[in-house]
Design a protein around this ligand. Structure first.
Ligand code: DP6
Length: 349
């Protein structure tokens, strides 16, 4: 049995476009969150004899979820070469998310990374080793990536980079790595407040969006832009230059949505209230000089980012935009420390 808690993450430099085997077209950088987590428990039970198939008993928050169970089954089937113990096995997987299902928060990063950590852990248990060193997390990141690209970054805390980039030593398209330097103290406890302007199911999935980057007329320019934005953002994170950080982060968010709008077919995931709130943010910032910026995921909700020291100063803005949000209106989060082995934690207490 293995049980891990793994967080969600929010990308500042966006992964948008992929090649074979879930490899990214450009390197991305994210902040691992603290409160938005998935807790997953995997029990490996002996399956039926002479059967190389895999039986899955999956529950999310105690209930069956056929759509996600099917995605997991396909994913697990594809991993039988890597984890021979899956051949003919019966897996009981129980997951729960800390964030409300209706909040419009993507759960695949936390869900797939938690599952990947459990699988790597089970492999070690069967081999008689339990060694949670760098190689363990590197492998978990590879497996998580195969489940969902952005999940590769959730295996580490803090700022994380996935994808080969000349300015990040040890970076790879196959797995994520933690930032190879200490961020400036202004970013140590960076806050992420998510304004939920629309909680309905996405009209176009990220997988479809990635696919639409194949043959996109702006694709090559976008991949170059991401490459150079990542270099600039690394400098800003190192030196503590909030204005550069803010400018690049917002440029990435808007470029992501611009790619969606200019795809063929084009589509829009922003809600009218996304624009209203972004406009209000611009005015609030100009007037107050508060250090605050936004990013957007592949959806309508707004991820506000600000140093912890601005928490009080941001409050008037949050109450001003509350009426443009649904219920729950806001989710409060911040940079986090990465996954937790729940079994080890339970044994220690
Ligand atoms: C906009 O990781 O969800 O959030 O690899 O197909 O599962 P798949 O896609 P996914 O795409 C995430 C896209 C993004 C940007 C990012 O997280 O970097």
């Amino acid at each position: 049995m293995s049980s891990w808690q793994s967080p969600s993450n929010i990308a500042l430099i966006k992964y948008w476009g992929k090649r074979e085997q879930q490899l990214p077209q450009n390197a991305s950088l994210s902040i691992t969150l603290n409160n938005a987590v998935t807790r997953t428990r995997v029990k490996l039970l002996p399956g039926k004899l002479n059967n190389s198939g895999l039986e899955l008993d999956f529950k999310l928050s105690g209930e069956r979820n056929p759509a996600f169970a099917e995605r997991l089954s396909t994913f697990l089937d594809s991993l039988k070469g890597t984890f021979p113990f899956l051949l003919g096995a019966m897996l009981e997987i129980q997951s729960e998310n800390s964030f409300p299902h209706s909040a419009g928060i993507a759960s695949s990063a936390s869900a797939m990374s938690a599952l990947a950590l459990c699988l790597c852990d089970l492999e070690q248990q069967l081999e008689g080793t339990q060694n949670y060193q760098d190689d363990f997390f590197k492998k978990a990141s590879v497996i998580a990536r195969l489940g969902s690209g952005s999940a590769s970054r959730s295996v580490f805390g803090g700022f994380t980079v996935w994808g080969k980039h000349t300015h990040v030593s040890g970076s790879s398209d196959e797995y994520a790595v933690p930032l190879p330097f200490e961020p400036h103290e202004i970013f140590h406890h960076i806050k992420n407040t998510i304004l939920i302007v629309d909680a309905s199911q996405k009209k176009v999935s990220s997988s479809v969006g990635h696919h639409l980057m194949n043959g996109h007329p702006f694709a090559e320019a976008r991949f170059k832009q991401a490459e150079s934005n990542l270099s600039l953002l690394l400098d800003a994170i190192k030196s503590g230059n909030w204005d550069d950080f803010s400018r690049i982060t917002e440029n990435e968010a808007l470029s992501l949505h611009a790619m969606m709008m200019s795809s063929n077919p084009g589509y829009m995931l922003m809600h009218p209230n996304t624009l209203v709130v972004l406009d209000k943010l611009k005015h609030f910032r100009e007037k107050s000089k508060v250090k605050i910026c936004f990013t957007l995921d592949a959806g309508p909700n707004i991820h506000l980012l600000y140093p912890e020291s601005e928490t009080e100063a941001v409050k008037p803005f949050l109450s001003d935009v509350k009426d443009y949000c649904v219920n729950p209106a806001m989710i409060d989060d911040q940079i986090g420390y990465g996954p937790i082995n729940l079994q080890t934690q339970a044994n220690e207490t």
